[in-house]
Design a protein around this ligand. Structure first.
Ligand code: TRP
Length: 451
């Protein structure tokens, strides 16, 4: 079998894993969730849960991956001693591969819209108004075309491999993302009206903090944002060098992810209130703030329009930011089925990247052509059900199935004195008891609220 890829440095790993974590979930999901759930109160709860719940699960994935040096199916199987737990491990791994592929099938549709909206200002500035309008008018042909373009770029990067594709491009794109974001934040905060949005984002409305919907949204947001449950972080962990200190590296990734989400909040919410100052409606009929697709594809573009010439540049920068964020995430999703098929069949990375993406693209086509029926369904199936349930399985494997001494010896590589650390005192019982119980709570939540 060909030798496995590896990240060449710790920075490379951190940027790749942070690239996976930082995506549309941070820049779009987080700020709008905050707007809907009491602003600062949600932000506070999100930070607590990201570090106290998502970080331990992230560690489970990274440790299992680096130990097993394999995809989730093989990895979970290899931790087990009994035939029963091996079967459960394999099945969980296979569901992980399916979930990652399904998440990519809808993510690439949304990312395709971002590309269309990114190109629109360029065409408008060239006077090609008709084509520009076509780009921002929802339609099946447009959706298929841009989903295909986005998938093609994702496939290209993944076919280049771990170091040349994932690491190299994450290392280039992540600093670019940060630079664009900081530039946009400074610009937006200087516009009239911005401070009102800033206040909503930062000042906690403590009356909302104990609401179950707030806690559960924050939890779901943290899970999606750290790319947990489907084996993305597990496979990235498997490409990490044995000399890395795992708890510290995982903590940095969590910190980068939450910080970028926080920065996105400093951009999106103030931008909404600048839009309101410019006469754009930012509330829906029931009085709540507009969130979801209408925020990104209507409120913000109208804001850019109302800014005149500079709005074309701001709009272009904003949607470039979205495309970059989506791309470093989508490659991490595609790597899950690609690594799995490479390791199972022994075929080359290039043909398998192509074959796997084609299958995922076909699924996207089915979703696009049955949009109203399938789009929301696939999102909810994967992110509300499969991700938490698989996260639960990962905790069970790290906390109950895997032998504690073996886990310790994996952690000792790269961190000799781990036994004395706070991490080792807390984490093992944490993934055994606290994480599974909390995840069961998220997983059970829709059952209680839907009726
Ligand atoms: N975390 C990314 C975001 O915030 C999305 C993502 C990448 C993801 N890989 C994943 C989500 C795996 C779930 C599972 O947009």
């Amino acid at each position: 079998m060909a030798s496995r890829g590896q990240f060449s440095s710790r920075t490379g790993f951190i940027l790749a894993a942070a690239g996976s974590a930082v995506g549309l979930g941070n820049i779009w999901g987080f700020p709008t969730n905050a707007a809907e759930n009491g602003g600062g109160a949600f932000v506070l709860m999100y930070f607590i849960l990201a570090f106290c719940l998502a970080y331990p699960v992230l560690m489970a994935e990274l440790i299992i991956g680096r130990h097993a040096q394999a995809n989730m199916v093989t990895a979970l199987g290899s931790l087990s001693n009994s035939r029963f737990s091996k079967t459960i491990g394999h099945l969980s791994g296979i569901f992980g591969v399916i979930a990652a592929s399904l998440i990519l099938s809808f993510y690439s549709i949304v990312a395709g819209w971002m590309i269309a909206y990114m190109i629109e200002p360029l065409l408008s500035s060239l006077g090609l108004t008709e084509t520009a309008n076509w780009l921002i008018t929802s339609g099946t042909t447009r959706n298929i075309l841009f989903c295909a373009i986005f998938m093609a770029v994702t496939t290209l990067l993944i076919s280049l491999g771990v170091e040349q594709g994932i690491e190299r491009w994450s290392t280039r794109l992540m600093p670019t993302l940060l630079a664009i974001m900081l530039g946009l934040i400074v610009y937006v905060l200087l516009q009239p009206g911005a401070m009102e949005g800033l206040r909503l984002f930062l000042v906690p409305d403590f009356s909302q903090i104990t609401q179950p919907t707030l806690i559960l949204s924050a939890l779901g947001q943290a899970f999606f944002s750290l790319s947990l449950g489907v084996g993305t972080m597990l496979i990235y962990g498997s490409y990490m060098q044995k000399t890395e200190n795992l708890p510290k590296t995982g903590a940095i990734v969590t910190l980068v992810d939450t910080s970028i989400a926080f920065l996105a909040g400093l951009l999106i919410l103030p931008a909404m209130f600048v839009a309101r100052r410019n006469g754009i409606d930012i509330h829906s009929a029931d009085g709540s703030l507009i969130a979801g697709p209408d925020l990104i594809f209507q409120v913000l573009p109208s804001l850019f329009d109302s800014m005149g010439e500079i709005g074309l540049l701001v709009g272009f920068m904003f949607f470039s930011l979205m495309v970059i964020a989506a791309l470093t995430s989508s490659i991490s999703m595609l790597e899950v089925p690609v690594a799995f098929t490479i390791e199972k069949t022994g075929f080359g990375r290039k043909p398998l990247s192509l074959a796997v993406s084609l299958i995922i693209f076909l699924v996207s086509l089915v979703i696009i052509t049955n949009f109203d029926r399938l789009f929301g369904l696939v999102i909810s199936l994967t992110t509300e059900y499969m991700q938490p349930l698989l996260g639960l399985m990962l905790c069970i494997f790290a906390g109950w199935v895997w032998h504690r001494d073996k886990l310790l010896s994996e952690l000792k590589q790269g961190h000799e004195t781990i036994e004395q650390s706070l991490f080792w005192k807390i984490w093992p019982s944490y993934v055994r008891f606290v994480c599974p119980l909390l995840i069961i709570a998220i997983f059970a939540q829709p059952l209680f609220t839907s009726g």
